[in-house]
Ligand binder design. Structure first.
Ligand code: TYM
Length: 324
């Protein structure tokens, strides 16, 4: 049994990149492990400045996780800011984090390039993420490829703290990333990584008609219908493969290689497959939305469990560095 931990920012409605890159693994790992999954609202403050929207998305991310089938009895589904111990640990970690490690972070540079102001919260984002992970003695952290560098920095910070204060014993457990090769980077409508900030997403719970409309917009090349196509390099096929049954996937791959399949047909089959895939979750979502008090109960019980786990590690860290 391993400790699993991961988080998702409530900076918008979750999309299929979040699903295949992270949430699907959350579901698989909660079964035989001790899982902690959280809504990273402190992190979202680095890009979202609308309190009502932040509260709304935070609720929506919990509901999305529950609708997709995460079991609140098995996994602890909490909200990051319900565990304020996180920010205290982030400060302890920040005191051993060299500026140079944060300066080389790609996601910081990307976000500043996209026009976000170069603020300290954005710069220190990876230290807060390290606190999230180390606070729960996590063994495995299921994420998409874009989080790999943050995981490396987390390990570096943990090792540094252990080295400075550990006196031969470990203060922090070193976590490992859990990144599946087949879903490390899910492409968006324009072929780049699916991301809210690129405006190329398909949301999990978008209306079926909107899903079909967006799928039609997926960028394809101009290979004619009759020409053979390579399924392994076609992003549209990549998406189809995620949703289709193994038999449908194999058949479509064969037809790609032979030629005679048009992108229009693939898109229409992808739209149908996508809508059908999330249909059961769509139904469960309606039920949770009809009972916000149950969502609040899940959140409160999880906060309790998470805080207890966090306290143990925070006390260990405080003791090690002498702030107690
Ligand atoms: P966030 O909120 O951007 O994304 C949540 C998860 O979805 C994955 N993901 C993708 N995977 C594959 N293809 C894509 N197109 C795609 N888009 C998103 C992300 O890799 C992530 O796993 N910093 C984190 C949140 C966080 C966190 C943590 C994660 C805060 N603290 C501690 C793990 C552990 C983030 O911004 O993820």
């Amino acid at each position: 049994m391993k400790r699993i931990l991961s988080g998702i920012q409530p900076s918008g409605a979750l999309h299929i990149g979040n699903y295949f890159g992270a949430l699907k693994q959350f579901l698989a790992l909660e079964r035989d492990n001790e899982a902690f999954y959280f809504v990273a609202d402190y992190h979202a403050l680095t890009s979202l400045r609308d309190p009502q929207a932040l509260r709304g998305y935070t609720f929506d991310v919990i509901v999305t996780m529950l609708a997709l089938g995460l079991d609140p009895e098995k996994a602890t589904l909490f909200v990051q800011s319900d565990v304020p111990e996180t920010t205290e640990l982030a400060w302890l970690l920040t005191t051993v984090t060299p500026m140079g490690w944060l300066e080389k972070c790609v996601s910081y540079k990307d976000k500043v390039q996209q026009g976000l102001p170069a603020e300290h919260g954005l710069f220190a984002y990876p230290v807060l993420q390290a606190a999230d992970i180390l606070l729960y003695d996590a063994d495995l952290v299921p994420v998409g490829q874009d989080q790999k560098q943050h995981l490396e920095i987390t390990r570096d910070i943990a090792e540094r703290f252990n080295h400075v204060y550990g006196k031969g014993s470990e203060v922090f457990r070193l976590p490992n990333p859990y990144i599946l090769e087949t879903s490390a980077v899910i492409p968006g409508l324009d072929g780049r990584k699916m991301s809210k900030s690129y405006g190329n997403t398909i949301e999990i719970f978008e209306e079926p008609a909107a899903i079909r409309k967006k799928v039609k917009k997926i960028v394809t090349d101009s290979t004619p219908v009759e020409a053979p196509k390579n399924p392994d390099t076609d992003p549209l096929f990549g998406l189809y493969a995620l949703f289709a049954s193994p038999a449908d996937r194999a058949e479509m791959a064969e037809r790609y290689r032979q030629g005679g399949v048009g992108y229009g047909e693939v898109k229409s089959r992808l739209g149908d497959a996508m809508v059908a895939f999330f249909e059961p979750a769509r139904e469960r979502r309606k039920e949770w939305l009809a009972h916000p008090e149950r969502v609040a109960e899940v959140r409160a019980a999880a906060a309790d469990r998470a805080r207890r786990a966090a306290r143990t590690v925070l006390d260990r860290a405080r003791e090690a560095c002498g702030v107690c």
